[in-house]
Design a protein around this ligand. Structure first.
Ligand code: AVJ
Length: 361
């Protein structure tokens, strides 16, 4: 992999692997400073928290993949099942959509409309789901350009595997936050129609006000004719939810604790993971799962690169994640309130999970 150093966007380094694969990544010092700063900000206060985006170092991403394969964690399975069932219908919508856009007289050049749709994915997710959507796209056009946006380097691995299986696929990976990646794409080019996907209920990490801001960010990064497909977990019984976040093989616990190991290695800290326990509880009032790391004793932890000595007493909790659940009736309103045009919602038979397609006109 060579660093061509080129760039139309100086925040990023470009890694060109070959004509079908390249990555953009912000200069590393920038990432590290942010991590150290955000960790102090979250821990040097009375109610302590760590942003869940920090779960996804290579080990954390692997643990998350493991979680996705556990039966109690019904989210991935259910969403995949919905995707499998909608291929014909989605292909129809995309074909229709391309036709009506071509005659719509928008800003883009006429010929570019025939280039079809590019796939932008927020979070590289499981490549099983990506493949299902790529399959639909290859059904309606010959070539596809895929832009995974992910905070973790893990996209480099899944990309190689995707390219091996799809000859007419080109991948431009953006290793950055979602906001950074969307910003990047705006300065990139806007000749193709984008299908932006945000699957797995990752949106559920955001509290309503931040979620709304984020949807606005997505909305404003889109051009007329672009599509947005979002996967959301539905409100359901507390027992089913709590089981999904307290799995029987302890993968979710390891995933939660791994963020401390990550802080240890990247910020020179001395967390002893044995001194913490994983907790996941459903909060009925705000309809979300809350995850914590609970201190099992009075202890003091040094985080050198953050310049912080952290004191925790027994039973004190660090809040590591919120995972909001949604009611079908509120989803449409939520999306329309930021200016999306609602197209279609798909759910599984039990209504455990939702996929929603919206557009921008
Ligand atoms: C990736 C944010 C959707 O909230 O269900 C899984 C992360 N945390 N198990 C979720 C997660 C614990 C997951 N999201």
């Amino acid at each position: 992999m060579s660093n061509s150093g080129v760039t139309f966007n100086s925040r990023y380094k470009t890694f060109t692997v070959d004509s079908r694969l390249r990555y953009f990544k912000p200069h590393s010092s920038e990432i590290e400073r942010t991590f150290a700063e955000e960790i102090v900000e979250g821990l040097d206060r009375k109610s302590k928290y760590i942003n869940p985006k920090f779960f996804y170092d290579p080990a954390g991403s692997e643990l998350f993949e493991e979680i996705c394969s556990i039966p109690e964690y019904y989210l991935t399975k259910t969403e995949t099942e919905i995707l499998e069932g909608l291929d014909g219908e989605l292909a129809g919508i995309l074909t229709e959509h391309l036709k009506s856009n071509a005659g719509h007289g928008r800003d883009r050049k006429e010929e570019s409309c025939t280039q079809g749709i590019r796939l932008v994915e927020l979070g590289s997710g499981s490549s099983v789901k990506t493949r299902l959507v790529l399959q639909v796209l290859f059904g309606v056009q010959d070539k596809v350009e895929y832009f995974p946006i992910d905070i973790s380097d893990i996209i480099t691995e899944s990309s190689e595997r995707l390219l091996a299986d799809y000859e007419n696929l080109k991948i431009t990976g953006i290793i950055d936050t979602y906001e950074g990646g969307l910003e990047f794409l705006r300065t990139y080019d806007d000749r193709q129609t984008s299908l932006i996907m945000f699957l797995g209920s990752s949106y559920g990490n955001l509290a309503p006000e931040n979620g709304k801001k984020f949807l606005q960010k997505i909305r404003s990064s889109m051009n007329p004719g672009d599509l947005f497909l979002i996967g959301l977990d539905a409100v359901k019984s507390a027992s089913m939810l709590e089981l999904a976040y307290n799995d029987s093989v302890g993968a979710t616990a390891r995933f939660n604790l791994n963020v401390l190991s990550r802080i240890n290695s990247e910020l020179d800290a001395d967390f002893d993971t044995e001194n913490f326990a994983h907790r996941a509880v459903y909060n009925h009032d705000v309809e979300r799962i809350e995850m914590y790391l609970e201190s099992l004793c009075d202890q003091s932890v040094t985080i050198s690169k953050s310049g912080l000595v952290l004191k925790l007493h027994r039973g004190e909790r660090i809040h590591t994640e919120n995972s909001y659940k949604y009611r079908p009736s509120e989803v449409r309103r939520m999306l329309e309130s930021v200016g999306f045009e609602y197209r279609r919602m798909w759910t599984d038979e039990s209504g455990h999970f939702m996929l929603v397609l919206v557009t921008v006109s």
